[in-house]
Design a protein around this ligand. Structure first.
Ligand code: CU
Length: 110
C-alpha cells in the first residue's frame, strides 16, 4: 500500500515536472550589431532564470553586470548561458564590456 502511494506521488511529480511547472524560465537574448535584443527583460522575483545569450556578431562580447555579479565572455557566432536569481525586485543593468557604448541591457525583477 505504501509502495502504491509513493508510486502515485512520484508519477504526479514527474508529470508536473514534464509540464514545466517546476522548470526554470529560459530567456534568449540576441547580440546583434553590438546591441541586445531584447534590451530589457522582465522576470519574477525569487526565481532562478536561465539566460541564453546568442551572439550573432562575429566578434566576442563580454556580458558584465556588477549588480548581478556576473561576467561571461561569449565568443563571436556562439552562445553562452548565465543563471541569475533568485533576486529581489529591482533593476539590474548589464552591458557588453567590449562594446559598452551600444551593448546595454537591463533585467527588471518584479
Ligand atoms: Cu569584465
Amino acid at each position: 500500500m505504501i509502495n502504491m502511494t509513493l508510486r502515485y506521488f512520484l508519477l504526479m511529480f514527474l508529470s508536473l515536472y514534464s509540464l514545466s511547472i517546476f522548470a526554470r524560465p529560459v530567456i534568449e537574448i540576441e547580440i546583434r550589431d553590438h546591441l541586445f535584443y531584447p534590451a530589457e527583460i522582465e522576470i519574477a522575483a525569487d526565481t532562478k532564470v536561465k539566460l541564453i545569450f546568442i551572439n550573432k556578431d562575429n566578434t566576442a562580447e563580454e556580458i558584465e553586470s556588477y549588480e548581478l555579479n556576473r561576467e561571461k565572455v561569449i565568443p563571436g557566432d556562439s552562445q553562452g548561458v548565465l543563471f541569475i536569481g533568485p533576486l529581489q525586485s529591482g533593476e539590474y543593468p548589464f552591458f557588453g564590456e567590449f562594446f559598452p557604448k551600444t551593448a546595454q541591457g537591463k533585467i527588471i525583477v518584479k
